[in-house]
Ligand binder design. Structure first.
Ligand code: PMP
Ligand code: GLN
Length: 378
């Protein structure tokens, strides 16, 4: 067979965004803000270009930026990653995830993932000869059944991928979850890939449980983060990865040959921007307000929901409206009603259809109001 990924189709994000575009629908499908990032950050990136940051950055990334990232870990999590040896700036979280998997997964290695899962994990495992072992999250609530995880861990388990706050469900892992993961991996060689791209979008006073807060986990984990999510510029494709030195060395062996280094001016602009820290801390309130604004508008609709605990996504159950399959309903909603969303079954084990759609609320109030008006009519 010529294809290395015969089952893989065009990503649902491309499909739904294109459908929204064709039909002029409001696009709450693919996750991205429809407002601008801070003008100050844009100015700093322009300044960086004008002052000569236009050639290759160092392989691991602009050192000032790595120092700023390191400071963030001290400030928010009271832990340290050495900017010289334990941090790499990447072309978004996606490249970090692919690089981690290709650096460590040998043919036949098993990687545990939780479904619904963000769509880039599985193909990266498969193309590197690994075997994704999928565990369905328990609904409602999308929680992890740790007995099932224990049952699925074998001699072949090389890595476990977690994602908190969780795309698409908006749930967050608790301290109890992290302690269970720590206990299950203790004394093993299992690596943890912790996708924390929504770490700063966490609501109602909940606390982000980063793997770096648990010493037993930190030593075996990669943290993956995305500036695109945090600073409202997903199209810049800037992110980073942190891990203990010995793991980061292996990561960089791959990174230096699949990208070498990433956008120099943007790294310098971000480094300057982060000299005044705490931009991160405003993000939770900002998105909690958006979530509440949207949910208040649809409080009397026929959709059922539990407010998202984190991310900029809200899942809405539509079982009281129709029995249609979620992919069909999402397409119909886009074409006939002018509102695009993401059907959850595409991320589930065996396309399990819970009659749930995901809506991105990283949008202006005006857009959210228009979307709510459509939802209220259903
Ligand atoms: N992981 C998750 C859970 C995501 O939602 C996203 C963005 N959709 C990514 C990784 C990729 O982030 P980036 O755009 O920085 O590559
Ligand atoms: N992370 C975005 C989402 O979940 C999509 C990113 C992409 O289009 N690959 O909607």
């Amino acid at each position: 067979h010529i294809s290395k990924l015969p089952q893989v189709e065009t990503s649902i994000f491309s499909v739904m965004s294109a459908l929204a575009h064709t039909h002029g629908a409001i696009n709450l499908s693919q996750g991205f803000p429809n407002f601008k990032s801070d003008q100050k950050l844009i100015d700093l990136v322009s300044q960086a270009m004008n002052s000569g940051f236009n050639q290759y950055a160092p392989m691991a990334g602009n050192l000032e930026l790595r120092e700023a990232i390191s400071k963030k870990f001290e400030l928010l999590y009271n832990t340290s990653y050495n900017p010289e040896t334990e941090i790499t700036v990447t072309a978004g979280a996606t490249q970090a995830i692919y690089t981690i998997i290709s650096a460590f997964i040998h043919a036949g290695d098993e990687v545990l993932i939780f479904k619904p899962a963000y769509d880039c994990y599985e193909p990266a495992i498969t193309i590197n000869g690994g075997k994704p072992v999928a565990i369905q999250l328990v609904t409602p609530g999308y929680s992890i059944n740790w007995d099932e995880v224990k049952h699925q861990i074998s001699d072949k388990t090389k890595m476990i991928i977690i994602n908190t706050p969780h795309n698409p469900s908006g749930t967050v892992l608790t301290k109890g979850d992290m302690l269970k993961l720590q206990a299950l991996t203790e004394g093993t060689n299992i690596l943890v890939l912790s996708d924390e791209v929504y770490e700063h979008m966490i609501f109602d006073g909940l606390k982000h449980q980063s793997v770096c807060l648990f010493s037993g986990l930190k030593q075996r984990s990669f943290i993956v983060a995305s500036f695109g999510k945090t600073f409202h510029n997903t199209g810049w494709k800037m992110g980073y990865c942190c891990a203990p030195k010995q793991l980061m060395e292996e990561f960089q062996k791959v990174h230096q040959f699949n990208v070498f280094s990433v956008n120099s001016a943007m790294q310098k602009g971000l480094a300057d921007y982060l000299k005044e820290p705490n931009y991160y801390l405003q993000l939770a309130d900002f998105y909690q307000e958006k979530r509440d604004y949207f949910l208040n508008l649809i409080a009397d609709s026929n959709f059922r929901f539990k407010p998202a605990q984190g991310t900029y996504f809200q899942v809405l159950g539509y079982a009281e409206i129709t029995n249609e399959h979620d992919v069909d309903f999402a397409k119909k909603l886009t074409v006939e009603n002018g509102l695009a969303s993401i059907p959850l079954s595409v991320f589930n084990l065996e396309n399990k259809d819970d009659k749930v759609l995901r809506f991105c609320f990283a949008k202006t109030d005006e857009t959210l109001k228009k979307a709510a008006d459509i939802l209220n009519k259903l």
